[in-house]
Write a protein that binds this ligand. Structure first.
Ligand SMILES: *Cc1c(COP(=O)(O)O)cnc(C)c1O
Ligand SMILES: [Zn+2]
Length: 426
């Protein structure tokens, strides 16, 4: 059973252990391709179901439970796993009603070890880095990638290096990167510029890049779809709704779903809806023009995890939309923060970027793209504690240009039973 790197544009193939991120001959993005014909009858529902509940590493991970579809060539004991995944799929009837549909599930990827789905990619990427003998790994990050890289590098005994922009880093994410011991470089440049710097630096210093241009990260992130479908007893929903920033996740989802379909683990394809913030919407803009081309832009949104103007995985995300008959939608920061407050208020909670999923779902239902009877899985990408400032500022009415529709205001009360009772309206 052989796995290879393959250019998505010209089809040229490279050995799986080659240290490269784009095609040498045409510059196209690379896919990790496994031998699906050989995997037929091996990677089955029965195999993956038999591993549920196991305590044996690495199959206790919600990524490595599907090892045959992630890295079939890797030795079990070379896998660096926290273990990630095994996140909840919540039934959310009140939010379904608000959005105007009957059946909504929330797949909460904020329940990963460092609080975002990035851990699923990082276990794939760091495992691969170590396999091929790299000692240093680096990324540019809006925050969650660096938190995850820092944790997995430390856990796997590698040196982690992260490039931050110098403003608008959510506190939870910055604190994690520092705590886990990564070398933190604060640079007066936005995410897109920092990513370009990392890619140049890595060539010069032989450092392994773990941004989502790295195809081994996307292999791990495919497991979000594998696990969701397994939790749904392999019955495909009509829609998967996901926020889009650098578009790694939406790219991975399309690839994962295509593989499940080809292997016969699902009998129809869900459609992927990618939601962008209005101030960081290059994929949406291209979608409205029939995907003519990507026009990079200066990005601006409160949802810092999707504040990306030049998404590296654009061609793969387009492929995901086209092969799943999907759509791209945009939402305002106001819509994002309102949706986040609703997710938070149900007791589930998420960071701002994740609010885009629910906000985008409602918009697509209002427009008639998603029908009331259709089943939807909306992905929550990050944990509520990642960006405490955004939450506190929202409820205190301190966010510029944002009206708090669902504020939970702290009551200042005198230390007497009467005053407290009065504050409780009793
Ligand atoms: C990274 C991230 C995103 C964006 O995902 P892409 O794969 O870059 O499109 C969205 N939400 C959160 C919380 C993230 O950490
Ligand atoms: Zn090529």
């Amino acid at each position: 059973m052989r796995s290879i790197l393959q250019c998505m544009d010209c089809g040229r193939q490279y050995p799986i252990d080659a240290v490269m991120y784009t095609c040498d001959s045409c510059g196209g993005l690379l896919d990790v391709e496994h031998d699906l014909d050989a995997l037929k009858g091996v990677a089955t529902r029965a195999l993956f179901d038999s591993r549920l509940g196991t305590m044996a590493a690495p199959y206790n991970s919600g990524v490595w439970r599907y090892k045959e579809l992630i890295a079939p060539y890797a030795d079990d004991d070379a896998i660096i796993s926290r273990p990630e995944g095994n996140t909840n799929l919540y039934n959310a009837p009140r939010l379904a009603q608000w959005a105007g549909i009957k059946q909504l599930y929330l797949k909460h990827e904020g329940e990963n070890p460092t609080g975002s789905f990035k851990d699923r990619g990082m276990t794939g990427g760091v495992t691969h880095a170590k396999r091929i003998g790299m000692t240093r790994v680096a990324c540019a990050s809006t925050g969650n990638t660096s938190a995850s890289l820092a944790a997995y590098a430390a856990y796997g005994g590698l040196r982690g290096i992260v490039l931050f922009q110098n403003k608008q880093i959510a506190l939870g994410k910055l604190a994690q990167a520092i705590a886990y011991g990564a070398t933190c470089l604060r640079i007066a440049a936005d995410f897109d510029k920092n990513l370009a710097l990392v890619r140049e630096l890595s060539e010069r210093l032989n450092i392994y890049v773990l941004n989502s241009v790295n195809p081994f990260r996307l292999e791990g992130q495919k497991a979000i779809m594998f696990e969701t479908l397994q939790q749904l007893r392999w019955q495909a929903p009509d829609w998967i709704v996901v926020p889009g920033g650098n578009l790694g996740n939406s790219s991975a989802f399309g690839k994962g779903l295509r593989e499940l379909f080809k292997l016969g683990l699902i009998d129809r394809m869900p459609s992927i809806a990618i939601i962008q913030a209005e101030g960081a919407n290059p994929l949406y803009q291209a979608f409205t023009r029939g995907f003519d081309k990507l026009e990079p832009m200066h990005a601006d949104t409160l949802a810092t995890a999707i504040k990306i103007g030049n998404p590296v995985n654009y061609p793969k995300a387009v492929r995901s939309v086209l092969t799943t008959e999907g759509v791209v939608e945009q939402v305002t920061d106001q819509e994002i923060m309102t949706a986040k407050a609703l997710v938070d208020g149900t007791g589930i909670g998420c960071e701002p970027a994740s609010g885009a999923s629910l906000a985008g779902l409602k918009k697509l239902v209002d427009e008639g793209t998603i029908k009331p009877h259709e089943t939807v899985v909306a992905v929550l990408t990050g944990h509520v504690l990642k960006d405490p400032e955004a939450t506190l500022d929202y409820h205190a009415g301190r966010l510029e240009h944002i009206h708090a529709e669902h504020p939970n205001v702290i009551l200042d009360v005198e230390p007497t039973v009467e005053a407290i009772a009065a504050a409780l309206g009793a």
